[in-house]
Design a protein around this ligand. Structure first.
Ligand SMILES: [Fe+2]
Ligand SMILES: [Fe+2]
Length: 241
């Protein structure tokens, strides 16, 4: 099972809009050849797909991601508005989970986003999908906000707040192999409570890792791939242009 996580596309209503000094529109399309070369079985889009939650930006995300001919799963980020994504994404046949059966694996999509709040929160209701897992199979969790600090003050001030509730529910679920997130616009790979924590860099613009402020110099666009094997073995890495 080949899964590609694409995140933080930050498309705007105006395709010519500038995002952190770059064209989000052009960068997303520059990523297409690398997506095709990876031959994903599934795309997982992990939020901040739009910069301005405009219907036009969501239509262009649908056009782009539908072009790869594989199932698409999604969850929102803090720049998104779920109420504006749901209709166009449902019409495209996209899957919001929250639990997706993927071969031997279960993939969980958690919604940590609240409109007009840059930080993330997972209420007991939003953590409920973790209680539906059977506990016998390997699990990968996708969520927009980082549940661990990534060592960069500018983005660590807007993390997943009160992460202990998330980690307690994750441990209780059993079988969780990794937690994959976006939001941080940089590379990151760590571990918490024995579970791998992985960031996907942005498809629009990235900072050098571990800096106090957003610091240009890292490549964009990028995406994170996963190869998930029956029995729970997995591997992951980054693709770019
Ligand atoms: Fe973002
Ligand atoms: Fe974000």
């Amino acid at each position: 099972m080949r899964v590609l996580q694409v995140t933080d596309c930050h498309l705007a209503a105006d395709p010519g809009a500038d995002y952190r000094g770059q064209s989000a529109e052009r960068n997303l399309h520059r990523l297409s050849a690398a997506v095709e070369a990876f031959e994903p079985d599934r795309l997982v889009l992990t939020g901040d797909l739009s910069e301005d939650a405009s219907p036009a930006s969501y239509e262009r995300i649908v056009d782009w991601a539908s072009g790869f001919g594989c199932p698409v799963a999604w969850l929102p980020g803090n720049h998104d508005d779920r109420s504006r994504m749901q209709d166009p994404f449902d019409a495209a046949g996209w899957d919001a989970g929250p639990v997706i059966e993927a071969g031997d694996w279960q993939l969980v999509l958690l919604d940590s986003a609240w409109v007009d709040e840059p930080a993330g929160r997972l209420t007991p209701e939003r953590l409920e999908p973790l209680k539906r897992l059977d506990g016998m199979r390997p699990v990968g969790i996708f969520v927009h906000h980082q549940p661990v600090p990534v060592g960069a003050a500018w983005i660590d001030k807007v993390p997943l707040v009160e992460p202990d509730a998330f980690w307690n529910a994750t441990e209780a679920a059993g079988g969780v192999r990794f937690v994959a997130f976006g939001h941080v616009h940089q590379r990151f790979r760590g571990r918490h409570r024995g579970i791998a924590c992985l960031a996907a860099p942005s498809a629009a613009a990235n900072s050098l890792a571990g800096m106090p402020r957003f610091t240009p110099g890292e490549a964009a666009p990028m995406a994170r791939w996963f190869v998930l094997e029956d029995g729970g073995r997995w591997s992951s890495g980054l693709i770019g242009v």
